[in-house]
Design a protein around this ligand. Structure first.
Ligand SMILES: Nc1ncnc2c1ncn2[C@@H]1O[C@H](COP(=O)(O)OP(=O)(O)OP(=O)(O)O)[C@@H](O)[C@H]1O
Ligand SMILES: [Mg+2]
Length: 252
């Protein structure tokens, strides 16, 4: 169960403003201290019942990742409340990462410990995780040598094998190849069958329609719509004025 009540999230960034590109590149003079506030999420409320697979759609910068990070407990809301009942496992494009200097094997251990498992419990699951990621010899290599697809395969494998009540997936599948995406989709359906709750952020609208049974659309931090994935995708694509053909459903 997840309850998001009147949540707003504002990022405040201080930076040095230099009037021209040349000033910026050559670092001429002293820049002016400036502050920018970004209202990434604005007064958003919604409840999600157990067993829901919630798709989250919206343009770049709409606030999707920010919202998911807040649900994960990584980012406190500036205003409002978020209640989460159950064990959360996150798979985020940014943030909570692996250690690039450690091998895939070591990072599986690290991820498992972070999820609250004992060494023995992680060892008992290790083979299953490694099989699922299917990285061959690379599992012994430092993760900085991984391609982005290899990285996200291991991240996905670890996250889904931690028995989460709530799984948050932010764009994590986009880097995987067709075969892995298929395996990941099957695994997600299996988790849904066990009535786990899932949030899936994706620009692949066909995945949203295929995997989710509920959805929200964010635009400039605001909740525009909540409803059945087909309806939400229809309104969203109408809003951004792209034709809904097979190609755009892959990436909007
Ligand atoms: N760490 C940060 N500091 C300051 N501003 C941020 C930070 N992270 C995100 N933002 C801003 O917050 C807004 C929402 O960003 P967010 O990453 O949540 O969007 P998104 O919907 O996930 O977009 P995308 O589809 O590109 O992943 C954007 O305007 C972004 O510039
Ligand atoms: Mg994002």
């Amino acid at each position: 169960m997840v309850s998001v009540q009147d949540v707003s999230i504002t990022y405040r960034t201080t930076f040095e403003r230099r009037p021209t590109m040349k000033d910026a590149l050559l670092r001429f003079g002293r820049g002016q201290r400036a502050v920018r506030e970004v209202h990434a999420v604005r007064d958003v409320s919604f409840d999600v019942a157990q067993g829901t697979v919630l798709g989250i759609v919206g343009s770049n910068g709409a606030g999707k990742s920010t919202l998911v990070r807040a649900v994960a407990g990584i980012l406190p809301p500036t205003a409002g409340r978020i209640e989460v009942r159950g064990k959360v496992s996150t798979l985020l494009a940014l943030g909570v990462g692996f250690n690039g200097n450690m091998s895939g094997q070591e990072n599986v251990m690290l991820g498992g410990l972070a999820a609250g498992y004992t060494r023995e419990e992680i060892l008992a699951r290790y083979d299953e995780i490694a099989d699922f990621a299917d990285l061959g010899d690379f599992i012994e290599m430092p993760m900085r040598t991984y391609s982005s697809g290899m990285y996200s395969r291991l991240a996905f494998a670890v996250a889904v094998h931690m028995d989460p009540d709530i799984l948050l997936v932010d764009e994590a599948l986009s880097a995987g190849d067709a075969k892995f995406k298929e395996r990941a989709a099957a695994k997600m359906k299996e988790l849904v069958g066990q009535s786990r709750t899932m949030f899936l952020v994706s620009h692949a609208l066909s995945s949203i329609q295929e995997l989710c049974n509920d959805s929200i659309w964010l635009n400039k931090g605001e909740l525009m719509m909540r409803g059945a994935p087909t309806d939400v995708v229809k309104e969203y694509t109408k809003f951004v004025k792209v034709e809904r053909n097979a190609l755009t459903l892959e990436d909007v």
